[in-house]
Design a protein around this ligand. Structure first.
Ligand code: ZN
Length: 337
């Protein structure tokens, strides 16, 4: 279920990330002894098989043979999905649930069992903190996501980036174990093919594992910008998004091919976001963390185009029609909030 490996010798790591993953062959947890063996810090990655920056950084860290300041626990999730050809193109294997939505009961199917085993391990090891490394599906800068914005979460975030999304939404993501006293921050390192994403993961991991303490130093200002409770713009079930620069007549919504350029930017109300079909806004939903529908408060249809009513800021804009249908089109916050 979850292979647990203590102080592996170098032969496990192989010469490339791919050969390393082949040797692991499934979900794995690797313990590396630190200088201080009384404490442990955890790093999780590859919950999504198409988000490789974290595993590249971990592989490099292990190859370098550095002794971390405290014990390190590396948790590597969707190894099989990552290895499915073409490598690093599958978020999950076909017909499997998204592993980063499975960290809440029931833990019954295969993905639930993996998530349950990871949670059990974390609860028995009681790490000081957990960092979960991801890539965004579009290109863009790095940011953190957390359910908590206390000083320790800001300090952890600042090892990787200066922007933190704080959400009250509960989806069954691993970062939700912050509620069980393991400060956890998800780091979206940027797009999988962004050169900067690899650096964010590498630099962040070496800082995280080298620091004497990763908790907040009282009186230090971590200069982390906080964006609270972004809302997900989702497609209603059975609706279909296309990515093209001209309106696609068979799609319910057509977003620009380079929609990811909207990542992190402020979108003024006079800039069209997408083309809509004659079904208009009815194919969309934007529920906040309390489950209230907010669509008409933020968006309107003018002609056959989608506009925001007031300026909004977008995050995690995808250009992958499959992710748009199964997850969301993007996250947004109003600029005046
Ligand atoms: Zn992810």
């Amino acid at each position: 279920m979850l292979k647990i490996i203590h102080n592996p010798d170098k032969s496990l790591f192989g010469s490339s990330v791919e050969s390393f993953l082949h040797r692991l062959s499934g979900p794995a947890a690797i313990f590396v002894e630190g200088k201080d063996r009384s404490r442990t810090r955890a790093v999780c990655t590859l919950l999504h098989g198409n988000e490789p920056s974290g595993i590249y950084a971990i592989h490099q860290y292990l190859l370098a043979g550095t002794t971390p300041a405290v014990n390190a626990l590396f948790i590597i999730g969707s190894v099989k999905a990552a290895l499915a050809e073409p490598v690093f193109s599958h978020r999950t294997l076909p017909d499997m649930r998204d592993l980063n939505r499975c960290f809440k009961p029931p833990f019954e199917d295969q993905q639930g069992e993996v998530a349950g085993a990871i949670l059990q391990l974390i609860h028995s090891v009681k790490p000081e903190a957990l960092i979960d490394l991801h890539n965004t599906s579009g290109s863009g800068p790095a940011f953190g996501v957390s359910i908590n914005d206390d000083a320790d979460h800001l300090a952890l975030t600042s090892l990787f980036t200066n922007d933190l999304i704080v959400t009250d939404l509960r989806l069954g993501a691993i970062m939700e174990i912050s509620e069980a006293d393991v400060p956890t921050v998800t780091i979206e390192c940027g797009g999988a093919s962004d050169a900067s994403a690899k650096f964010v993961a590498q630099e962040g991991i070496s800082r995280y594992l080298a620091a004497e303490s990763v908790y907040a130093d009282p009186g230090l200002d971590y200069r982390v910008n906080i964006f609270r409770n972004p809302i997900r713009l989702e497609l209603e079930a059975g609706s279909y998004a296309a990515y093209a620069n001209v309106k696609q007549l068979d799609a319910d919504i057509t977003l620009p091919e380079n929609a990811e350029r909207l990542n992190y930017g402020m979108v003024p109300h006079e800039e069209p976001l997408a083309y809509l079909s004659d079904k208009g806004l009815s194919v969309l939903t934007a529920k906040d963390h309390d489950g209230n529908e907010r669509l008409h408060e933020y968006f309107e249809c003018r002609g056959d185009q989608l506009f925001s009513i007031n300026p909004i800021k977008l995050f995690m804009v995808t250009t992958n029609a499959e992710i748009a249908a199964s997850d969301c089109l993007f996250y947004f916050i109003g600029c005046n909030e």
